[in-house]
Design a protein around this ligand. Structure first.
Ligand code: DGT
Ligand code: CA
Ligand code: CA
Ligand code: ZN
Length: 580
């Protein structure tokens, strides 16, 4: 069991207790356990093995016993006890934006709602009209939230799916006779959500591999089981499952299978048309002459694309968005290795979990040249936003800590809220920062003009260097606010302001097609993790995948540049404004 899985189990326990109406002290105890486990930098199982659970912050003897029980049995008896009274399906309601345990409890007790489907019925039949705490506006927003959850149902966020695929692939590599395992499908293409996982492998004995595959930890159901193909429903952690398809293919046609099962379907359709025009057939076994004759290419993807007079197309581009018109491989398409720094992250000064020094250490371990510390501004009170005097102290703290890390440049920055008519700090204060991230956190309305006006106001400010998570979407949770990306990226290009690809797997904002539009408009993109804990710095990979899906090259991305070039980017904008 991973740390995240254990954390989730305690979070759900707290949710159930809160719905049940237990006192907040008890609920908070389990929330704290969940947070501690989620933040743990070492493996929980190691801590438990050393008998050191009770030494963790916020974990007493009773909680330590619960954690041990969870690790030993995979579940919590207390949860079973509670769910005899509180239906576990009530947890579905919490996926809806704006519905917390308190409201879920009210819906359950007052209206007998126990599931998302029932809630939907209840709303449609007007059953919530006279329930206290549920005004017309809030009912409307719940209705929208439900349809959003439904439309995203069954699709997992890339970040989570990536971790699961990694572990399944590892397990497969441990099976004797397996010589190669590779991901295919939407995961390999770096899509923001993934329907199911597709894995390919080369092995001597297909049946034995599929057998072992259907018995790996967490298998809930076996959907298909044959000599070269297996399909399972995997539940790697409570309440979250995903289908995994495995195909065992021969080494001599691995390239053809990998190409076929990577997709996308639209890309493959276009590629097949191209083959047919030449009198050939393309399928998962290879590219061959249509009259059942000679195999033209099958061992590698490169050979197949080459035979079709195409450069090898990186998987992230295989969406039928113009990649079949390429005459040569895209040069300098962004890679993770090109990234030299991360310019948006939080520390314990606001709502982050780690100190400035801890973030710096992790950045150095990642091989970065620079980072910007960008804690929240005062209006983000729940996130511990800094009042102006605290910001000044924080700037001094960053500069002091910076002296301990001569190999890394630490920029003193802030994530300043874009309010309805101004920024959350005055210009005099912003002028003292090395780097300014601006973002909208409140009042994201449905009016595209109002939203765009706010974003443009920030872009026009001489001290704002990047517009962060521009559309404010939360994948599978909250839709993007309407925003005129075309206008915003033109303004960004003109003023020398970067647009962010927020690399958090929950955001990936700007998304691929928006990033591509911004680049076409001449805007510079900046890929930031917005990390609130050290390990979140590793989410950079998902931002890079999104950037590649947006066809971004090295020169389009600010944080591939040197620190001097980043400083010049900041200075140029300020100078231009001064000259106006
Ligand atoms: P997903 O799972 O919904 O996130 O998306 P994919 O792209 O992973 O789709 P999936 O798992 O249904 O199939 C994996 C790949 O296999 C897909 O991208 C292309 C290929 N494929 C599967 N079924 C078909 C088909 O009926 N026709 C064609 N041309 N390709 C297919
Ligand atoms: Ca798939
Ligand atoms: Ca599949
Ligand atoms: Zn942030």
């Amino acid at each position: 069991m991973t740390n995240a899985e254990a954390a989730r189990a305690f979070d759900e326990l707290a949710d159930l207790l809160e719905i049940k109406g237990e006192d907040s002290f008890r609920v908070n105890t389990y929330r704290r356990v969940a947070r501690t486990l989620g933040d743990l930098a070492v493996e929980l199982t190691d801590v438990a093995a050393r008998g050191e659970l009770a030494a963790l912050p916020g974990i007493g003897k009773a909680s330590a016993e619960k954690i041990e029980e969870l690790l030993r049995t995979g579940k919590l008896a207390l949860r079973d006890e509670i769910t005899r009274e509180v239906p576990a399906t009530l947890l579905e309601l919490l996926q809806v934006q704006g519905l917390g345990p308190k409201k879920a409890a009210l819906l359950w007790r007052e209206r007998g709602v126990t599931s998302l489907a029932q809630l939907k019925q209840c709303i449609e039949s007007g059953g919530l009209a006279d329930l206290r705490g549920f005004g017309k506006k809030s009912i409307d927003s719940i209705r929208q939230g439900i349809s959003f959850v439904e439309s995203s149902a069954g699709r997992s966020r890339l970040g989570w799916a990536w971790g699961v695929a990694q572990r399944v692939a590892e397990a497969l590599r441990g099976i004797p006779g397996v010589t190669r395992v590779e991901p295919a499908g939407s995961l390999r293409r770096g899509c923001e959500t993934v329907g199911d996982l597709d894995l390919l492998c080369i092995a001597d004995d297909g049946a034995a591999v599929v057998d072992a595959f259907t018995r790996i930890a967490g298998v809930e159901a076996v959907l298909a089981h044959g000599p070269t193909k297996g399909s399972i429903r995997l539940t790697p952690e409570a309440g979250r499952s995903i289908q995994v398809d495995l195909r065992v293919v021969p080494a001599e046609s691995f390239g053809a299978a990998w190409q076929y099962f990577t997709g996308s379907k639209q890309h493959n359709v276009r590629l097949r048309e191209r083959a047919v025009k030449r009198g050939w057939t393309l399928n998962e076994y290879g590219l061959s002459e249509s009259d059942g004759g000679r195999v033209i290419a099958s061992r590698t993807e490169e050979e197949i694309y080459k035979a079709l007079r195409l450069p090898w197309v990186p998987p992230e581009l295989r969406e039928d968005r113009g990649e079949l018109e390429l005459t040569e491989a895209p040069t300098d398409l962004l890679t993770l290795e090109m990234i030299r720094g991360d310019l948006h992250m939080h520390t314990t000064a606001s709502d982050g979990k780690a100190t400035i020094a801890e973030m710096a250490q992790r950045a150095i371990a990642r091989g970065y040249q620079y980072i910007a510390i960008t804690d929240h501004s005062q209006s983000s009170a729940v996130a511990g936003g800094l009042k102006p005097d605290r910001l000044l102290e924080h700037i001094a703290d960053v500069r002091r800590v910076a002296r301990d890390f001569p190999q890394l440049t630490l920029l003193a920055g802030a994530e300043v809220d874009i309010l309805s008519d101004r920024l959350d700090y005055p210009d005099e204060l912003l002028a003292q920062l090395d780097w300014v991230v601006a973002s909208i956190h409140f009042g994201m309305g449905h009016d595209i003009e109002a939203n765009t006006r706010r974003a443009l106001m920030a872009i026009e400010n001489p001290y704002v260097n990047v517009l962060a998570h521009p559309t404010g979407r939360l994948i599978n949770k909250r839709e993007a606010m309407p925003l005129d990306i075309d206008a915003i990226s033109r303004a960004a290009a003109r003023t020398g302001t970067a647009l962010e690809i927020n690399a958090s797997a929950y955001r990936l904002d700007l998304r691929d097609v928006h990033a591509r539009l911004a680049r076409d408009n001449g805007a510079t993109l900046c890929i930031d993790t917005d990390a609130h804990a050290v390990e979140q710095l590793d989410q950079m990979r998902f931002g890079v995948l999104t950037a590649r899906r947006g066809w971004l090259r090295r020169q389009d991305v600010l944080n591939t540049r040197t620190i001097d070039e980043v400083r010049a980017f900041v200075a140029a904008k300020r100078a231009a404004a001064g000259g106006r």
